[in-house]
Design a protein. Sequence first.
Length: 221
Amino acid sequence: MKKGFGSIHYCAHFLDRVVSKSARSSSDGVAAFHIASHLLKELDALQDKNPLVTLSFATDSLRVYFRGQLQFHIQPRKFRTIIWIPGAYSRELCREIQKRPQLFAVEGEHISWVFSVGGVKWLMEYLHSNWRPSGAGASKAPVAHSRHIPGEVRQAVLTEFLASGHWCPGVAGITKRHKVSESMRIEFDHILPHSVGGSNHYWNIQVLCSECNQLKRATAA
């Protein structure tokens, strides 16, 4: 049985790690808390406005997804917050960050950087500009039973999917349950199809690999 996941606990844990006990001054802690809390708030607002962006808290980071693929991690450290871009993810973002050493101090060569106040501002402007949802500018008039899955629901479902070991449940009678690699694209699916009245509530949303979701749509009655 599915259960709801709130983000308050995860945010509190994230911020607690940023301001963990240290020999540094309290003013450093206040500054670090300000940067971390502002960044979390801005990312949450982006997720709420952009259906292609989904966040998921892991044990040691906040994962940021775009179009169903992991783009980068936000990691809490003592008195600082890090953006970590592993492997081949977001190469263009890596290059842009490297051009701005005044905003992002190097934490790990070529893969991670420390946020400044200006770094948070720049990153959010970059994401808003480059991660535009399709149909931007379209009418936002209320539509009965919209297909739009709220950001907090996507976040909860994705968090559960990652915690369970990246298992795609497959399509009943066609494909079997299987693991999904981090490099594969994932999509959010209405268990009871939206077209026949399926809701956008947490208990009716699941993560499928893109291939299974396409197959489910193609074979729907």
